[in-house]
Design a binder for this molecule. Structure first.
Ligand code: HEC
Length: 128
C-alpha cells in the first residue's frame, strides 16, 4: 500500500520533470531559430505551388550571399527583419532590385517572389 502510493508520487514527479525538460528544450530551440518557425508557415502556404517548398532554401540560394542569417543579420545587404517597406514594396525590390542588388524577375517565378516577400514581412524584428 505504502509502496504503491510512493511509486505513484515518484512517477508523477518523474513525468513532471520530463515535461519541464521538454518544455524548456522547446523554448530554447524556438529562441535559437525564429526563422524556422516563420518559414514553416510560409512553406505550408506555398505547398500547392511546389511540394516540399522551402522558402529558406530559396533564400539561401539567391539572397544569402548578401543578406545573412536568413534576413536577421546585416552583411553586404541590410538586415531584412522589421523593415518598414510594405509587402508590395518588398515584391518590387526583389523584382527590380536596387544597385547593387540585382532584380530577380527573370530568374524567379512570381509566386517565389511572393513567398520571399511574405517571409521577410513575417520575420520578427530581432537581430543576430
Ligand atoms: C548582390 C547582393 C544582394 C543580393 C544577392 C540580394 N540583395 Fe537584397 N539588398 C542588397 C542591398 C545592397 C540592398 C540595399 C539597397 C538600397 O536600398 O540601397 C538590398 C535591399 C533589399 C531589400 C530592401 C531592404 C529595405 O530596408 O528596404 C529587400 C526587401 C531585399 N534586399 C531582399 C532581397 C531578397 C529577397 C533577395 C534574394 C532574392 C536579395 N535581396 C538578394 C543586396 C543584395
Amino acid at each position: 500500500m505504502y509502496w504503491s502510493r510512493s511509486r505513484g508520487k515518484f512517477s508523477i514527479g518523474f513525468f513532471t520533470a520530463m515535461f519541464i525538460t521538454w518544455l524548456s528544450l522547446s523554448i530554447a530551440r524556438a529562441e535559437e531559430d525564429v526563422t524556422e518557425i516563420v518559414a514553416a508557415e510560409i512553406n505550408a502556404k506555398y505547398q500547392s505551388h511546389k511540394e516540399n517548398f522551402s522558402v529558406k532554401r530559396l533564400f539561401a540560394s539567391r539572397c544569402s550571399w548578401c543578406h545573412q542569417g536568413y534576413g536577421l543579420k546585416q552583411a553586404d545587404g541590410p538586415r531584412l527583419a522589421g523593415i518598414p517597406k510594405t509587402k508590395e514594396q518588398v515584391v518590387e525590390q526583389i523584382m527590380y532590385g536596387k544597385t547593387p542588388m540585382p532584380g530577380f524577375r527573370k530568374q524567379l517565378k512570381e509566386w517565389q517572389i511572393e513567398a520571399l516577400a511574405d517571409y521577410i514581412k513575417a520575420l520578427p524584428d530581432v537581430e543576430l
